[in-house]
Design a protein around this ligand. Structure first.
Ligand SMILES: Nc1ncnc2c1ncn2[C@@H]1O[C@H](COP(=O)(O)OP(=O)(O)OP(=O)(O)O)[C@@H](O)[C@H]1O
Length: 242
């Protein structure tokens, strides 16, 4: 299908004797949020790590826009347009928003032809622009430690999206948030799907039903259920499958 951006075919992952994934196949489509749900040990993190290139599958194939890819590292996955927002957010509290945004990819220019100098103003402007695109405005020189949970989450998402990925992977991004902050982040994520495809990994089925267009339930390394999120979907029935 034309609108498939990512396809996983028969992914198997063994860690020694542990079968973390046992033949997982699914598609991620353009402009959708796909929820990946499952209990502890179901294999969600392993699948996410394989898609973002941090772990290699024992067997199986990954296709991006119909082209087979093999990732040896997250850098390979980033080159194919895959970015991840991690569970712990990976933000440095004592640094400002702009410094977090450009961590490891600071913009520099050469003064007098050879002295590298940080392009502070350009980095500030680009960070402001990126936040504005997500309808989020704030002083980018604020320290991350001074932000609320929801604001931190927005910064982490904005940082991932700034790299202009096709696919954004979200690993339990709202687990530490209040209900109000969670709503704000969900609003932001729903806006993102106009330009991107998202995989939202969580334990929480309720969250998934609020946010996602389709869901996959993983159990003991296999897909137990896959389907569109509709009003008729019963939470109890889905819970029983987990
Ligand atoms: N590095 C590893 N070495 C050995 N076994 C592992 C490793 N990583 C995961 N596992 C095992 O693989 C299985 C799937 O784990 P995984 O972390 O992918 O599940 P999960 O659904 O993400 O669980 P959680 O929600 O608790 O993070 C579990 O049995 C886990 O113990």
């Amino acid at each position: 299908m034309d609108d498939v951006v990512l396809e996983c075919r028969n992914i198997v992952k063994h860690y020694g004797n542990v079968e973390a994934l046992n033949g997982v196949s699914f598609e991620l489509r353009k402009n959708e949020i796909l929820g990946l749900v499952g209990d502890n040990g179901a294999g969600k993190s392993t699948l996410l790590k394989i898609i973002r290139g941090a772990v290699q599958p024992t067997s199986g194939e990954i296709l991006i826009n119909g082209k087979k890819v093999e990732f040896s590292s997250p850098m390979d996955a980033a080159e194919e347009g895959i970015q991840c927002v991690y569970q712990d957010l990976a933000l440095v509290d004592q640094m400002t928003i702009v410094d977090n945004f450009f961590l490891g990819r600071e913009l520099r220019e050469k003064k007098l032809g050879f002295i590298p100098v940080l392009r502070k103003k350009k980095m500030e402007n680009e960070t402001e622009q990126a936040l504005k695109q997500m309808e989020f405005s704030m002083d980018v020189n604020k320290k991350v430690s001074d932000l609320s949970g929801g604001q931190r989450q927005a910064i982490a998402v904005a940082r991932a999206v700034f790299a202009d990925p096709k696919i954004v992977l979200l690993d339990e991004p709202t687990s530490a948030l209040s209900e109000i902050a969670k709503h704000e982040v969900f609003k932001l994520l729903k806006g993102l799907k106009e330009e991107h495809s998202l995989i939202f990994v969580t334990h929480d089925l309720n969250n998934t039903l609020q946010l996602c267009d389709r869901i996959i339930i993983l159990k003991h390394g296999v897909i137990e259920y896959e389907g569109e999120v509709t009003k008729d979907l019963s939470l109890e029935e889905l819970l029983s499958m987990m």
